[in-house]
Design a protein around this ligand. Structure first.
Ligand code: ADP
Ligand code: MG
Length: 226
């Protein structure tokens, strides 16, 4: 089976003055194609750390991060940035858009960076903006959008390079219940329609029913919630 994302025996600690604080210990996780996984747990338990290690945004102290069958520790820096740009779509709590660009150009930018801006991807940008309900705001500068709209732009941007893996860190934390539902529905639809692998860190119990599996951080590992 071709598993998009595997974490194998991940270890992570941080230094706090002279102390070493162990955050993750022998953590394992596999996410299959078409699987939308939630990670829940108390604040400070290591959820964002797991996600950023899975997304090659920070390195683990030990263990393997296997993306599409290859341990990223063996990647060159160039391959790692390629993976970040093309194989993974990131969605954060604050949409993290480029403030002075319009909606359309947020999508264009990431695709230009990947070297793929062409007729096909232009159409993809149009289709994505349509699917997140922002076709009529394509030329608006993102500063003028509401929080929910910004997050929908961030989602379209995350999907733009057609990543195999989608990683979302508390994507609904800044939104009200209705907007939260819309955002998670969009992620769930992309995962299930296009057979992607996704992890969403969340505090929001009301959106967990969109996920196929729920893991809790427990004892510095992930434990499947029954
Ligand atoms: P969560 O997302 O579950 O709230 P995090 O993964 O952000 O938790 O953080 C887990 C723990 O690691 C927290 O105690 C946090 O303070 C600590 N931590 C996270 N990043 C760093 C860092 N870069 N340096 C030192 N400590 C950190
Ligand atoms: Mg966090």
């Amino acid at each position: 089976m071709n598993t998009p994302l595997q974490l194998v025996n991940i270890q992570k600690h941080f230094k706090d003055g002279d102390n070493e604080i162990e955050i993750l210990k022998d953590l394992n996780l596999s996410v299959e194609k078409g699987e939308f996984v939630a990670v829940v747990g108390p604040s400070g338990s290591g959820k964002s750390t797991v996600l950023s290690i899975a997304g090659a945004l920070q390195s683990a102290d030990g263990g393997e991060v296997v993306i599409n069958g290859r341990d990223i520790n063996q990647y060159s820096d160039k391959d790692k940035s390629d993976v970040r740009l093309k194989s993974i779509g990131y969605i954060f709590q604050a949409a993290n858009l480029v403030p002075f660009l319009n909606v359309y150009d947020q999508l264009k930018l990431v695709t230009e960076l990947a070297g793929d801006w062409n007729d096909e991807t232009k159409k993809r940008a149009d289709d994505l903006l349509e699917s997140v309900g922002l076709a009529n705001k394509a030329k608006k500068t993102v500063q003028h959008l509401s929080g929910g709209e910004k997050q929908r732009v961030a989602i379209a941007r995350a999907f733009m390079n057609d990543p195999d893996i989608i990683l979302a860190d508390e994507p609904t934390a800044a939104l009200d219940a209705n907007r939260s539902k819309e955002i998670v529905e969009l992620i769930a639809k992309e995962v299930h329609d296009k057979n992607k692998a996704a992890i969403m860190v969340t505090h929001d119990e009301s959106v967990l029913h969109y996920c196929d599996k729920i893991y809790e951080v427990h004892d510095k590992k992930l434990r499947l919630r029954k």
